[in-house]
Design a protein around this ligand. Structure first.
Ligand SMILES: [Zn+2]
Length: 320
């Protein structure tokens, strides 16, 4: 089997104990109200405990002591219990009992009052229920190019377009086989409700560049939602400029590709989103060529060195 890459740990975990006492009555959840009416904007980190870039960005926003000029701003660290286990020996500290990002449905939450993640979700629910605009900061184990993950609703696409960075948008399939993300919680999941939520995948979990991507996206969120005067801090202001001529590319997943051997290797990059013409060879699975099944087929989320039976990547296509 070919070796999975070893990603250097460029980011330090930070001590979050000074941020424990939240202002909303919920640990690690800080909400501030502005003097005028406006949307409730939430920027959330650590939905997964080992995704450090969001933690650094939310911490940096809290350290800037920014306050909303209108509406409400919530800055939060979600699965701190998992994060606290993170160390160079526990790089996989994503969750403890169950994935915090697969339980955001009232029925699932009613069934579970015991797992660490469901208990944390119950704590955060009163805040989440009042959010109008949610940006959930994530990263990926492999070094993928940054992209948004979002439902295909017009309202969510409009927010991703307005943010403009990153310019790639990957639409979630209609069916949630694995469970419900935080961004799937009612009313984010209703096309006709006002609340909007999206995930941004900022790059590799431990890469410094992922913090830069998360920072730019978070600051754009504050700018686009109009809740913060970005002139209050130079590094907010610097990141606030809309990416010039941001080109938006939208993708949806068509079919997974499962490795049939322990020797599947992509011929192109492992950063994802490469396009292949119909019939072009994208990977070798042992002796077998994996050919693009349609014109302009897009490689989504390639995994270096998948084992036999694991998903190696997915074929996706561009959508308008
Ligand atoms: Zn994640």
């Amino acid at each position: 089997m070919s070796q999975a890459p070893d990603y250097p740990l460029e980011l330090e975990p930070a001590d979050l104990s000074p941020y424990r006492q939240g202002t909303s009555g919920v640990d690690y959840v800080h909400s501030f109200r502005g003097p005028r009416a406006g949307p409730h904007v939430m920027i959330n980190a650590l939905t997964h405990g080992n995704e450090l870039c969001g933690m650094h960005v939310v911490k940096r926003l809290l350290d800037l002591n920014i306050r909303p000029v209108c509406g409400e701003l919530t800055l939060s660290f979600a699965n701190v219990a998992a994060y606290q286990l993170f160390s160079p020996q526990r790089l996989d500290a994503r969750f403890l009992d169950r994935d915090f990002n697969r339980l955001w449905h009232d029925e699932l939450l009613q069934e579970d009052s015991h797992s660490i993640e469901a208990r944390r979700a119950h704590e955060m629910l009163p805040v989440v229920r009042t959010v109008d605009r949610l940006l959930d900061l994530h990263s990926t184990w492999h070094a993928l190019k940054p992209f948004f993950v979002l439902p295909k609703f017009a309202k969510t696409r409009a927010l991703a377009d307005a943010l403009g960075y990153p310019g790639r948008q990957l639409f979630l399939p209609e069916l949630r086989h694995e469970g419900y993300h935080l961004i799937d919680y009612t009313p984010f999941r209703q096309d006709d409700a006002g609340a909007v939520a999206l995930i941004v995948e900022c790059g590799q979990h431990f890469a410094r560049s992922s913090v830069d991507n998360a920072w730019q996206t978070a600051v754009r969120m504050l700018q686009v939602c109009g809740v913060v005067d970005l002139a209050v801090a130079a590094d907010l202001h610097a990141a606030a400029v809309a990416p010039a001529n941001a080109s938006i590319e939208r993708f949806e997943i068509v079919q997974p590709v499962i490795a049939e051997s322990d020797h599947l290797e992509m011929l192109g990059s492992y950063a994802g989103f490469d396009a292949y013409p119909l019939g072009a060879c994208a990977a070798m699975d042992g002796q077998k060529s994996i050919l693009a099944p349609f014109e302009d087929a897009i490689v989504i989320a390639p995994r270096p060195a998948p084992a036999k039976g694991q998903q190696a990547f997915a074929w996706g296509r561009r959508v308008a």
